[in-house]
Design a protein around this ligand. Structure first.
Ligand SMILES: Cc1cc2nc3c(=O)[nH]c(=O)nc-3n(C[C@H](O)[C@H](O)[C@H](O)COP(=O)(O)OP(=O)(O)OC[C@H]3O[C@@H](n4cnc5c(N)ncnc54)[C@H](O)[C@@H]3O)c2cc1C
Length: 338
């Protein structure tokens, strides 16, 4: 039996101080829907959990001038049903409502969602918990040990952003919508506050797949901000999965467009379920901007997003599926113009 210290932080300052005092073996816990899972699997073994779910003000959902601001411990369910999100930013609301289950969304926070770990089965199985025997090699779990997904069952693995060391998919839906909306992540730590563009928040696996987030030990996600844009209303999050609820994406697309009649003035497209990070599909955006949107052009844009895809043995279907998800999402978003 290993001991575990569990404390509550009432302020962001207190959380950061407690983390520093714990000396490297601490983890923050918010809703606990991911970290408890990882502790049971033997992947996370903290000696100290610092509960941030009571920090005052960190659950606020606010409009500040032309910026939407979501506190780091705001619940997924609360953000999804906030009127400004539901009515003006369907891409954000839908990415949350299509994630997990209502019960989970009532517990889980938008900050925790950003930092959840991959669902790669080789990562999750093999750490040698109390109920499993360590068998699968995983460079993300144990740097330098190897990757059992390469040449293994790779149906759900990534086709974009992969490396020789790792093909694990970035799991979250919300970060994909945030990538399309060019969100900023505000973190607070021993050195003060940093604002990190979401494009810089997630790290490609390269040969260091254990480094997933551009965040330092002890830094707390205090807020997520999204700049308001007219494209917010003409947006959607389209997600394809093995079953219609309670499942991670096989392929998903967050799309927001500004239309001028049938012509696309601006486009923001990001992909989930197919890449090692929330994936901005700039090549697809370039195909549609300035042109009339037709189903054929939408599919051409979808295909453009996958020109650099590197499928494995069982996941080549994601290339065509992902292209079609983008195409459908573009049409759905454009139909929302008033
Ligand atoms: C059955 C199941 C199905 C799911 N399906 C989906 C799905 O379809 N789509 C999807 O997107 N997600 C899905 N999820 C994942 C779920 O959305 C995440 O577990 C949840 O969002 C994590 O939030 P949390 O507050 O519970 O995080 P926690 O479990 O508390 O923490 C997760 C990680 O974030 C860190 N952390 C938490 N808050 C902060 C903070 N403020 N600052 C710094 N670090 C912090 C913790 O230290 C930990 O490392 C599913 C989960 C389950 C169990």
């Amino acid at each position: 039996m290993r001991g575990l210290n569990y404390t509550f932080a009432e302020t962001a300052d207190a959380a950061v101080t407690q983390f520093a005092e714990a000396g490297g073996s601490a983890r923050y816990i918010a809703g606990g829907t991911n970290i408890y899972d990882l502790m049971k699997l033997g992947i996370e073994r903290p000696a100290h959990l610092i509960d941030v779910s009571r920090i005052e003000g960190l659950d606020a959902i606010e409009t500040d001038g032309d910026v939407l601001r979501f506190g780091g411990r705001a619940l997924m369910a609360d953000v999804a049903r906030a009127p400004v999100v539901r009515d003006e930013y369907p891409v954000l609301a839908e990415s949350l409502l299509k994630a997990a289950s209502q019960q989970l969304r009532n517990m889980a926070t938008v900050g925790g969602n950003l930092l959840q770990r991959t669902r790669c089965m080789y990562f999750r199985n093999g750490a040698g918990s109390s109920t499993t025997v360590g068998v699968y090699l995983c460079n993300k779990r144990e740097p330098g040990s190897g990757c059992a997904a390469l040449g293994g069952l790779d149906r759900t693995q990534a086709v974009l952003g992969t490396s020789e060391a790792c093909t694990a998919v970035a799991p979250g839906d919300w970060p994909v919508a945030l990538a399309a909306m060019d969100a900023t992540i505000e973190v607070f730590g021993p050195e003060g506050t940093r604002n990190i563009p979401i494009a810089d928040f997630y790290l490609l696996p390269g040969d260091t797949p254990h480094r997933e987030f551009n965040i330092n030990p002890g830094e707390l996600v205090t807020a997520i901000t999204v700049r308001k844009t007219p494209a917010g209303r003409t947006s959607t999050y389209h997600k394809i999965r093995d079953r219609e609820s309670y499942a991670f994406a096989l392929a998903s697309a967050a799309v927001a467009v500004e239309m001028d009649g049938d012509a696309v003035r601006t486009a923001r497209i990001a992909l989930g379920g197919v890449a090692t990070t929330p994936w901005r599909a700039s090549a697809a955006e370039r195909v549609v901007v300035g042109s009339s949107l037709t189903p054929e052009l939408a599919l051409e844009a979808g295909h453009a997003a996958f020109t650099e895809a590197r499928p494995g043995q069982h996941n080549a279907f994601k290339v065509e599926l992902g292209a079609r998800v983008i195409a459908d999402a573009l049409i759905i978003a454009a139909q929302r113009r008033v």
